[in-house]
Ligand binder design. Structure first.
Ligand code: ACM
Length: 756
């Protein structure tokens, strides 16, 4: 028998998967190369020639497995599609930690050959994951399994998915359905965002107003509720929106998840994001009045009585060793003015309100520790100092998480830039309204929670990685699935598969094959972007912009033109990077066997006069949005729909005001600047833009263009607008200013100033 060497460590794997990628995927089932469609990709796989007929199902034979494990597995398998009832093929299962392996407790091996199926796992969880792999193999090869040998183990111990049920409420059945899929892709933590200003979602017997009132609001849609003063209402009032889970329901979900080796980590927000609690128990806020504050009063002992009582009930229901207490985005303004908070600061010898927040976190952590639990909080909790025992969940810049790991904290990485699934996954104008930002599948897949720069001493502190779904703009369960899938599959591979065994081309192929399976199972998955992705790079050697085109969908053809003509199925097909040495209008579209798949995408590309020249900032760009630094506005590369993509530069406070120096006087005929608007992120197109030219940096600049922008600052959605001067003038210096409407607080985001 010929063996195809497919040991997944490194090169052989990549070669095989690439060659079996999108280009060849018209092959019929049965080719061994078609078989490796598993997600997450196991860490070691060998496929051999040969197949095992499985039409008679699987006959399980447990050896060295406790009765408990056996019963748990059989009861779980009854809820799956795996046929274990027939006379079936011999399937040996054992649970025994392999002595020679450094692998984690989630290790399993799985082999399929002429004698049947054999699984050994290091633990019950490992056995469960072996079964998930087997289920995927059967789904993809329903009649006969390829001969295969897998040895596999997780990269990260914490592999999480978060769902916000406060902004919009989702049913228990919906959550069970998502837990099924999380387990199928080997995720093992469900972070349940149960409380937040838009609604409290869990029954607490000692505080009935949390669910009689704080769980219900006057409007279901986020924007309408905000525009109407963000009020709560009594349960049962006409037209209220909301809901909550009874303790009995929560127990049911906890048990359901545990059977699938998923720990549910509840999040109870404190001290901020607590408007709903303070509306019904206003005595716990600094003002003692409802609808005035989002933060608990930390000077008030009653706050701690409340929080500990709530946590007691939470710990009663959730066996999770970890309790998430939020800690993000707390305003410190009320604490500054509150006599009780100031008294607490004095009495406890605290430096400021940041330390006051830490006082609360430390005190709650101590309480949780006294009950045998550990505390997790969002990364803002670092700001006033923390015990080393505290687990930090990093959602802002990844640097914060890495530094926390270096200072000894256990860290869960969920940086918004890579893991917030509330962002757009394709062009905003073609998608339902989202929170903003742009997070296509490839970006999720590209995330590496363990940067090479992290020294080996701290690697263990990066506990794992998580995806988050915030639901301000996710009003329905169908929409939630649309945002979760297939990005959750990319996250699963980030969390499970070692980087040397990951390959975007391979994943893309597998995810394309997984989408119909998800749909068959009733998941409303996003079916991948129908637009080509345009990547631009500055090729300074050739003095050109190099354009690469790619697509999430495969197999596909990518047609394009650069001369302004219409793109059709007969246009040039993309094969390798296109160089634009001056100016071009790129038109590109996806086709499958000659039929267009989506709309034409059009982009102006310019290798223009200002590239590589100097730029002076009369008011600096904001340090949190530097793009790639000083040259970002004149590097020939344009920002995408995400203001955090490394191309858009952010300005706040003082007006945008820059001077470009072209080194020598030149004949100018065109100056253009592009701005972004994303109302949800408080990024506005400027109100007034000016362009001035001069031959002398310190002399008079001649104003050549003024634009009074007419797009209303409250217009929703994410879009760009460019402003351009066309004329004929000699000049060396170009000054551009932009101011926003003083009536709106917020940002100006600029990218690329094009000069011809
Ligand atoms: C967060 O996104 N505020 C944790």
């Amino acid at each position: 028998m010929k063996t195809i060497q497919l040991y997944l460590l490194p090169i052989a794997f990549v070669v095989l998967i690439l060659s079996s990628g999108c280009a060849n995927s018209q092959k019929g089932n049965g080719d061994p190369e078609e078989i490796i469609q598993l997600i997450p990709m196991p860490n070691k796989v060998k496929v051999s020639r040969g197949f095992l007929e499985i039409s008679s199902g699987f006959k399980l034979n447990f050896a060295e497995v406790t009765t408990d494990i056996e019963n748990n597995l059989i009861s779980y398998l009854e809820s799956t599609s795996l046929n274990i009832s027939g006379s079936g093929i011999a399937t040996h299962l054992s649970v025994k930690h392999p002595s020679s392996y450094y692998y984690s407790d989630e290790y399993y091996s799985l082999s399929v050959n002429k004698d049947g199926v054999k699984i050994n796992a290091a633990s019950e969880a490992g056995l469960f994951y072996a079964i998930q792999t087997l289920i995927q193999l059967v789904e993809q090869n329903p009649d006969k399994l390829p001969y295969i040998e897998i040895e596999d183990s997780s990269r990260f111990a914490y592999r999480g998915m978060h769902i916000d049920v406060s902004r919009h409420f989702f049913s228990l059945d919906f959550l069970k359905k998502q837990i099924d899929m999380m387990a199928h892709y080997k995720l093992n933590r469900f972070h349940w965002h149960l409380t937040d200003g838009p609604g409290w979602r869990i029954e607490i017997k000692q505080y009935p107003a949390l669910t009689n009132i704080a769980a219900w609001r006057t409007h279901s849609l986020w924007k309408e509720w905000w525009a109407s003063g963000r009020k709560y209402a009594y349960e049962g009032n006409p037209n209220t929106y909301g809901g909550y889970y009874t303790q009995e329901e929560v127990r049911e979900l906890v048990e359901y998840a545990a059977k699938r080796h998923i720990t549910i980590i509840p999040e109870i927000e404190m001290p901020g994001h607590s408007e709903e609690v303070l509306a019904v128990y206003p005595q716990l806020s600094c003002t003692e009045k409802p609808y005035t504050s989002s933060e608990f009063c930390i000077g008030n002992e009653e706050t701690f009585v409340f929080l500990e009582n709530v946590l007691d009930e939470i710990m009663e229901i959730f066996p999770s060793p970890y309790i998430h207490v939020g800690g993000d985005e707390a305003s410190k303004e009320h604490w500054k003015k509150c006599p009780k908070c100031q008294e607490r600061i004095k009495k406890e010898n605290l430096k400021d309100e940041a330390e006051l927040q830490s006082y609360l976190i430390r005190r709650i952590e101590k309480y949780l520790h006294s009950k045998g639990r550990e505390l997790i909080g969002w990364d803002e909790i670092l700001e006033g100092g923390l015990e080393k025992s505290t687990i930090v969940m990093n959602w802002r810049n990844e640097k914060i998480g890495i530094e926390a790991a270096q200072s000894g904290h256990k860290v869960i990485m969920t940086p918004g830039k890579y893991t917030y699934f509330n962002s757009y996954q394709s062009s905003p104008e073609k998608e339902p309204e989202a929170m903003g930002g742009f997070l296509p599948l490839a970006k999720v897949y590209s995330y590496n929670p363990l940067p090479d720069t992290l020294s080996a001493n701290y690697i263990e502190n990066i506990w794992g990685v998580q995806g988050c779904l915030w639901t301000e703009y996710v009003p329905t369960e169908e929409h939630a699935e649309y945002m979760l899938y297939p990005r959750m599959l990319a996250l699963a591979e980030v969390a499970w598969t070692n980087p040397e065994n990951k390959s975007w081309e391979s994943f893309k192929y597998r995810v394309n094959r997984s989408i119909p399976i998800l749909q068959q199972k009733g998941y409303n998955t996003f079916t991948l972007s129908k637009e080509p992705e345009i990547l631009m790079e500055n090729d300074s050697l050739n003095k050109a912009i190099a354009i690469s085109l790619s697509s999430e969908i495969c197999p596909v053809e990518i047609g394009y033109t650069t001369d302004g003509s219409a793109v059709t199925s007969r246009s040039q097909l993309y094969e390798s990077p296109i160089l634009v040495k001056d100016s071009a209008i790129l038109k590109t579209q996806l086709f499958r066997v000659g039929t267009p798949l989506g709309d034409v995408l059009e982009k102006r590309i310019d290798y223009h006069k200002a590239i590589g020249k100097k730029i002076e900032y009369l008011n600096p760009y904001n340090r949190y949005y530097p793009a790639s630094g000083e040259n970002s506005l004149i590097d020939g590369l344009h920002g995408s729909f995400s203001h955090g993509d490394g191309h858009w530069q952010g300005f706040i406070g003082a007006p945008f005001d820059v001077i470009i120096d072209l080194d020598e006087t030149d004949s100018l005929r065109h100056v253009r600047i592009n701005f972004l608007q994303n109302a949800n992120a408080e990024i506005w197109l400027p109100k007034e833009i000016t362009i001035s030219l001069s031959n002398d940096r310190n002399g008079n600049f001649e104003l050549v263009a003024t634009f009074n922008n007419s797009i209303a600052s409250d217009k929703s959605g994410t879009f760009f607008k460019s402003f351009e001067w066309n004329g004929s003038q000699q000049a060396r210096f170009i000054r551009i200013t932009a101011t926003i409407n003083p009536a709106v607080r917020g940002w100006v985001f600029a990218d690329e100033i094009v000069v011809w």
